[in-house]
Every structure is written in structure tokens, then in C-alpha cells.
Design a protein around this ligand. Structure first.
Ligand code: SF4
Ligand code: F3S
Length: 106
């Protein structure tokens, strides 16, 4: 599966959802996740993210392993998203900021 990692938090550009052939992105207030049971590993979404927040499971950094569980957990409760929408107005300011997990809204 592919995993949405920390840099999506408060950036949420949503370019990723447009290319997913199986529509397996789910949307929370300031973050998106991929449903691990629905992702077919096509890898199309990874290069679409302007802030490089998407990883294949094998390449997920050590310090982001918690996002494996988070994607699985939140994909079950958040609504599906299939169309791109406008990013938050301050998305650019949050790109690459460290320790954004504390800002995740559920
Ligand atoms: Fe969708 Fe493919 Fe990305 Fe999986 S790897 S979330 S199937 S676009
Ligand atoms: Fe997030 Fe990147 Fe998609 S910021 S919403 S993973 S395009």
C-alpha cells in the first residue's frame, strides 16, 4: 500500500485524489489518508503531491511508522474524497514544517 505521511498535515493539496484509479483517499479536517485495503499500489499518486507527503509502505521513513496505523484507522472513519479542492490558504507556510503530527485534527 501507499501511505500519506506527516507533510500532508495542514498542507492538503489534494492533487493526489484526482489520479487514484480506485478512489481510495479519505479526507479529514486537515489531512488525507489512503485506505490500505483498497490501494492497488499503482504509484500514480506519489509524484502528484507538491510536498512529497506520499510514500510506498517500503519507503516510509522510520520516524513516520505511526502513519501506517493512522492511515488504516482514519480511512475507516473519514469520508471518501475523489475531486481536488483548494488547499488551505496557509498551506505553503506549513510545507516541510517538522513535528506536524501534533496538529492533526480528527
Ligand atoms: Fe491510489 Fe495508486 Fe496511490 Fe494507491 S498508489 S492510493 S491506488 S493512486
Ligand atoms: Fe496531502 Fe499531498 Fe495529497 S499534501 S492531500 S498527500 S497532494
Amino acid at each position: 500500500t501507499f501511505i500519506v505521511g506527516e507533510n500532508c498535515i495542514k498542507c492538503k493539496h489534494t492533487d493526489c485524489v484526482e489520479v487514484c484509479p480506485v478512489d481510495c483517499f479519505y479526507e479529514g479536517p486537515n489531512f488525507l489518508v489512503i485506505h490500505p485495503d483498497e490501494c492497488i499500489d499503482c504509484a500514480l499518486c506519489e509524484p502528484e503531491c507538491p510536498v512529497d507527503a506520499i510514500y510506498s509502505e517500503d519507503e516510509l521513513p522510520e520516524d513516520q511508522q505511526v502513519f501506517l496505523e493512522l492511515n488504516a484507522e482514519l480511512a475507516d472513519v473519514w469520508p471518501n474524497i475523489t475531486e481536488m479542492k483548494e488547499a488551505p490558504a496557509d498551506a505553503e507556510e506549513w510545507a516541510g514544517v517538522a513535528d506536524k503530527l501534533q496538529h492533526l485534527e480528527r
